[in-house]
Design a protein around this ligand. Structure first.
Ligand SMILES: Cc1cc2nc3c(=O)[nH]c(=O)nc-3n(C[C@H](O)[C@H](O)[C@H](O)COP(=O)(O)O)c2cc1C
Length: 207
């Protein structure tokens, strides 16, 4: 336990460590692999690991953009985006879509991924990804410090309005998380975790 031998620091004054441990502690994190498009339909695809689900009914997901990146600009302009599940077999391509490209460059093309039309929103989804959530923007919230000063980071929240699941991931109708081998972002500049069946365990919540 941290107790008496804890390394203690106040983030505003530095960590006192060779690498900031924040990302390694808050991890592994699921990846928001977000497709979006600008007003003219120019496609964009990028990973965001400050990502999670925040509500069941309606399902709401969100991700955080450090800086006003193309993805946020697109979603702000169109009110739509798609989340695509990043799996082990798509890891290299997911990583390629993180390259800083001019807004007009299409990460689908660069990473050799196939954009397919969505059903409800006009943003394309990634064909190769086994799960896609079509989303409508609900909020863009700029983050702030405890003293109320603004941070140049934006939390984008969206309601999931349509879901596509590869039936191979359903066992008797139950979604099998490990079967797709989802990847998660861990600490350090290059670390990831892969969820495989051996990583899972069961525990019933107390009533
Ligand atoms: C696995 C992974 C996770 C990332 N997570 C984030 C994140 O949470 N927030 C962020 O601003 N950038 C994140 N990035 C960096 C963006 O993907 C990168 O800046 C990208 O070029 C943004 O694309 P865009 O400008 O087309 O939106 C991540 C990159 C990788 C590889």
């Amino acid at each position: 336990m941290a107790g008496s031998d804890a390394h203690f620091y106040r983030p505003a004054e530095g960590t006192g460590l060779p690498h900031d441990p924040f990302n390694a502690i808050v991890g592994p994190r699921p990846i928001g692999w977000i497709s979006s498009a600008d007003r003219h339909g120019a496609r964009n695809l990028a990973p965001y690991s400050f990502f999670n689900g925040f509500n069941y009914h309606p399902p709401i997901i969100g991700f955080s953009s450090i800086g006003w990146k193309d993805t946020v600009a697109n979603i702000d302009a169109t009110g739509e985006f798609v989340w695509n599940l990043a799996t082990r077999s798509l890891a290299t391509q997911m990583n390629e879509t993180a390259a800083s490209l001019p807004a007009e460059r299409d990460e689908f093309d660069d990473a050799g991924l196939t954009p397919v039309p969505s059903t409800v929103v006009s943003t394309p989804r990634v064909l190769e990804s086994p799960v896609n959530f079509e989303c409508k923007l609900t909020q863009i919230a700029q983050l702030q410090r405890a003293d109320g000063t603004a941070v140049a980071t934006w939390l984008v929240l969206g309601e999931v309005v349509a879901v596509h699941i590869d039936r191979a991931l359903l066992t008797d109708g139950v979604y099998d998380t490990a079967r797709s081998h989802p990847i998660l972002r861990a600490g350090g500049p290059a670390s990831y975790a892969e969820i495989s069946p051996g990583a899972m365990f069961e525990m019933i919540r107390p009533s």
